[in-house]
Design a protein around this ligand. Sequence first.
Ligand SMILES: [Zn+2]
Length: 345
Amino acid sequence: MRVVSAAEAALAEQNYVSPIDVLVGVGWLTPQALDVWRQGRAEDLEGLAQANLEKLSAAMVILDRWASDRGLHSSQTAYIARTRDRRQLRFSRSGDANVEAAYRTHWVSSELSEVERRRMEEKQNAAPDLVVIAALNDWRCTACSGTGELLIMESPGPVCLVCADLDHLVLLPAGDAALTRRAKKASGLSAVVVRFSRSRHHYERIGLLVEEAALDQAEQDCLADEEARGRRRQREEQRRIEQDLEFEAELAREVRRLFPGCPPQRAEAIAQHAGARRSGRIGRSAAGRALDPVAITLAVVASVRHVDTPYDALLMSGAARADARAQVAAQIETVLDSWRVAIVG
Ligand SMILES: [Zn+2]
């Protein structure tokens, strides 16, 4: 009966019920465990539940019968991991297709109109925000063996922001709702940054990673805001600390030598980003310091991928990194080819 009252409560509150609502409602699944699963850090959800498979499947049968009696509409919901590979999350130990489908079923109130129902389904099936985690312990990137303050979970493990193609984003600390909303809207690619609070036992949002240009734009719009102005000054100050102007100029010249057709402002932007001391690309690597053509070409490729192709939009819409990269590979080559020859005239 606890299953039925948990289902009734969820339906009253949000006009639909999911198996997850019921598991949380009856206390078999903690919000913490749910976070871990949504971040793609567990094999399956059943393994995190504080009830055995027998109890879980009995609850699913009760929910199913209750929903049919209530005349609710069933709707399949995609559960996408909040990770960079955007894989479908797995519920069951067995991975059985029927069991998975049962867990993905949301029961929607029959009082909603067709249009309201469709809008709700769209919202639930939208790709979730990417989530980046502020590391508390020592960790190693599973792709490059590097480390850093921020990581994102992928399979088979954590990767650094350089390997995840997110290192061009800047952190906007949480706290200014208007600025955050504007920056997110203006940014083609963004990711929520969370940190585990040991005292509160859950993940807390500490900010948003956005494109620097989007943050600039949002700050412009919020310039009346004293706090936004202060933060902007801080950020400019930080950039000056990280900047090595001489090295940047050298790097920009080298970009132009390798890619004579690359517009000068663009070469400077690439050099500024790649040459910053905090940058994992060139600024802190010995190969970059020696102006290794391979390292420089990789920095140019990364820039073209983000700026001249729909790569970032593909990631935001839920495409896996490998698929998105394959889709834009030819476009990147075309741009590089055009940059390899000097513009005449
Ligand atoms: Zn890495």
